[in-house]
Design a protein around this ligand. Structure first.
Ligand SMILES: [Zn+2]
Length: 368
């Protein structure tokens, strides 16, 4: 059994760290000029700071506006822009899709990649995974790239200004990490990078869960007030670093498998990845026949931060028998993450677990 643990070379988090982008790159030996892949909104917030930071170092940078979907064509377009500009480092600044397109282009050109997430909505920024879609937004494949980002630069002042729904969704994604890590360790499934789980990855996954329970509600209140506080800093770290290293180096299982199944329901498309993953966690606990106290603890947490616990809350209220069967079939296709559970999972078991999770969620909401 060979254990593998992967991570970025450097992770820097704090208010206004964008101002230090060049010095952070320089410490790692990263060179310029840089190509920054971003969207109009983060560009408005950050471009003046980039100007100051890069001008001070007499280093140039260019901006490539992300086309909106992480497709093979967009990855190629970024690579062309990098070649035309002669850039030595690729920076992605924005949400998950922007970062993924920039990270895939950097891998294709064998250039270092810097991730600057401007929301804390998923645990993807620290990883070496890029999710590729087609032009209409349908999942095509997950690319596992050779290297993690050289630098992950998390400006908490920027994240504190983002819509709070993105932070809540990030907590939903982070909620799954420990439960999926434990499932993989029990089954002996390999992590995302092809090795078994280290003590370090499991410790991060467990700390991620404890941090959510301890700080989630306070961090949400602080984010609503656009205030960077110690609780918000800890939740941003849990969503981004702890969950990111946890999922990649410990492994994924039923919660993400159920999420993938739920994407078969058109009504779920209006909901964020982490919102569907939260319901996937509940479903995983039903599949695993988890004890009552664990299920109640998860339900209590979800309710405290406004994460969905019922099918209605993820746009699947009218889940007909056929649609439920489609979700279960999609979730249990051969090779799916759900088969990392330590027992055989059938489509019939997934159907029953989804309905049981929904019933528990509705019952909990009525009682509390
Ligand atoms: Zn996820």
């Amino acid at each position: 059994m060979t254990a593998v643990f992967c991570s970025p070379l450097r992770y820097t988090q704090g208010p206004n760290v964008t101002r230090r982008i060049w010095s952070e790159m320089e410490i790692l030996g990263l060179g310029g000029p840089a190509l920054i892949v971003t969207s109009p909104q983060p560009r408005r917030l950050l471009e003046a700071t980039w100007q100051t930071a890069f001008n001070e170092a007499h280093m140039g940078f260019q901006v490539h506006l992300f086309a909106g979907e992480c497709t093979d064509a967009e990855v190629n377009a970024i690579a062309s822009a990098v070649r035309a500009a002669g850039s030595a480092t690729i920076i992605g600044a924005g949400g998950g899709k922007t970062l993924d397109a920039a990270r895939a282009a950097a891998a294709d050109l064998q250039l270092p990649f810097v991730a600057c997430p401007t929301i804390a909505s998923t645990d993807a920024p620290c990883s070496a995974v890029a999710i590729i879609y087609d032009a209409s937004g349908v999942f095509v494949r997950a690319r596992i790239l050779p290297r993690n980002p050289a630098l992950v630069l998390v400006d908490t002042q920027i994240i504190a200004q983002a819509p709070v729904r993105t932070l809540i969704a990030g907590m939903g994604d982070a909620l799954s990490t420990m439960f999926e890590a434990k499932a993989c360790v029990r089954s002996g499934a390999l992590n995302v990078r092809g090795g078994s789980c280290t003590l370090a990855a499991m410790a991060m996954a467990e700390l991620c869960y404890r941090t959510l329970l301890a700080d989630g509600a306070q961090a949400l209140a602080d984010a609503r007030a656009n205030r960077v506080t110690p609780a918000l800093e800890r939740i941003i770290e849990a969503n981004t670093l702890l969950s990111g290293l946890g999922f990649e180096s410990a492994g994924l299982a039923a919660a993400h498998g159920v999420h993938n199944g739920l994407t078969a329901v058109p009504g779920s498309h209006a909901f964020m990845h982490g919102e569907k993953v939260a319901f996937g966690v509940l479903t995983q606990l039903m599949l695993e026949e988890a004890d009552e106290a664990t299920v109640d603890e998860v339900l209590q947490f979800c309710q405290s931060v406004g994460l969905p616990t019922t099918l209605r809350e993820i746009g699947c209220a009218e889940l007909s028998g056929t649609m439920l069967a489609a979700v279960a079939a999609r979730a249990t296709t051969p090779g799916e993450l759900i088969h990392n559970e330590p027992f055989t999972v059938t489509a019939a078991m997934v159907e029953a677990a989804i309905l049981a999770a929904d019933a528990r969620g509705r019952g909990f909401a009525r009682k509390n």
